[in-house]
Write a protein that binds this ligand. Sequence first.
Ligand code: GAL
Ligand code: ZN
Length: 641
Amino acid sequence: MRELGITRVRIGEFAWSKIEPDPGRFDWAWLDEAMDVLHEAGLGIILGTPTATPPKWLIDQNPSILPVGRDGRVRGFGSRRHYCFRSPAYLRETERIVTALAERYGSHPGLVAWQTDNEYGCHDTTRCWCDTCRSEFRTWLKDRYETVDALNDAWWTTFWSQTYRTFGEVELPEQAVTETNPSHQLDYRRFASDGVVAYNALQVRILKAHSDAPVVHNSMMLFGDYDHVDLADDLDAIAFDNYPIGQLEESPFSLDVKEQFLRTGHPDLVTLSHDLYRGLKDQPHWIMEQQPGQVNWAPNNALPAAGAVRLWTLQGFAHGAEMVSWFRYRAAVGAQETNHAGLLRHDGTPDVAYHEAKRVAGELAAPEHRDVHTAIRSTGDATDRPRVALLVDFEDLWATDIQPHASAFNYWGQLFGFYAPLRGLDVPVDLVPKKHAGREDEPHARSLEPYDLVIAPAMQLVDEDVAQRLDRYVKAGGRLLLGPRSGARTVTGRAQEAAPGPLRDLVGARVTRVDGLRPDVQRSITMLNGNESLTYRVWADLLEVEGDGVALAHYDDPAYQGATAYVKRSHGSGEARMLGASLELEAMTTLLEAWLGELGIPTRRLPDGLRRSGAWWLNFTSEAHTIDGVTIPALEAVPVS
Ligand code: GAL
Ligand code: ZN
């Protein structure tokens, strides 16, 4: 590992049955040795708590640890993540094993960080339908609403005779004849997310009591089942696991795009994760697991292109990560992940990725590249400081999931609809958590002041609080763009009288009707200035201009009877706009290019698959590209000159 240039190693994240082979009998010898060997070799150790995999004896002792699926059946032992986040027995056991580990290694000189658990929520484990969850959900609701009348009102339970007399009557939102109340579902998502966050906080508290090492968790690319903003707030750093090929394979992208990026994954999808995770804490993030070859878990598992492992690694650093760790070092010779590649093959000989990892480790060791991750920061003297921010929010994601209203309308897709065009225009982007955006003097507050343009792509849930923060930003000279479905709902999931709710006055328009379309249906809007026609699919909010609002585009579909598609309202040097249609990428590029131009933000159209991350050009295509006099060969990366 040293020879390759590796400096950190993560171990132990599923090792409970090795650490504690029988109840109360700990076998530390092998782990002591591993810690010492790695440390003596000069490698820093990231030690995982083993709680993603409670051993068989523990489950047999306490079957109540097992989670219950939405079908009401217990999810059994035999894989991983087989625990309920709220099981009292599991919380006790977690405390016991994490304490034992923290006591043993908390001050080991080789320890550089802790990883809590592993990929919370993976395999659909955020929500659980067990008896404990049911009764704790009732308590959670009581804390939130205080009176059952308030809950009935928030959920509008008169509908379909759902009125509750006590909190004790509320069931988990599943196993009903058809769709359960969306507000009920939304609160259950919040409750489940809170369970994950509290579970992690328990581990953080124990680790901190015994150790000064930073505490990190490895999340999953664009995964939305729990609130990553809340989780990240409790951690010293946030990591994600980067599997570009598997991600594209599992995504709803067209077969053409899947073919185009078969062996590299989609570069904009990958940087969206980098920007998301860097943005959660506004500090360098980590890649805890970087795909080194083919994975085992996608429906099809293609080999990466020659050069892809180096590109992904450089992309991570250049996009703000301060650590990239490959998963795994050597291919496993048995069990579930036998078909997953490592830097070494099953027989221990170097695989292709080994050589690419070595090359990139050597490149990044050079003094001029050592701080490459600092080029893209929202603050300080970053050379690539983003001037455009996208707001991100997991409650908005849940609202979208619960009632998509158009089969292809999904949260990440809507975000991507703004993000990818910006990337294609070579515009660096920050993702800013909506719940922290524009706050002042609070922990985790994130100023919007550094941004010339803030985009809220799919911000369905809007209350007075967020409306005021955005209002303040615009009136101080900022520019805001609301995407389709903005402000359609209150935070409990009820309809606003008219979208965008409390932001209506700011943008000078209201939504009168909405259109949810099959993804094969394409329609257009026409810009009033220049008559350009821009296409959209899936969603249209039909706008009606109000007060000082000014229409910028109208819809062409006669069914909409001349409705406005795009509107703006000026506020001194600030401006708020709303775009009702989910424009296609090309159309969105045109629209954003025009506005960015007016704002003096430089843009240029990059070829598909050629992207700049901070100080590096990365070419994910199979042909060379020349830009600014620099030639970037196929599947290569070169520093920006
Ligand atoms: C991750 C997980 C690893 C391993 C890997 C395979 O989701 O954290 O333990 O399963 O995927 O690609
Ligand atoms: Zn449960």
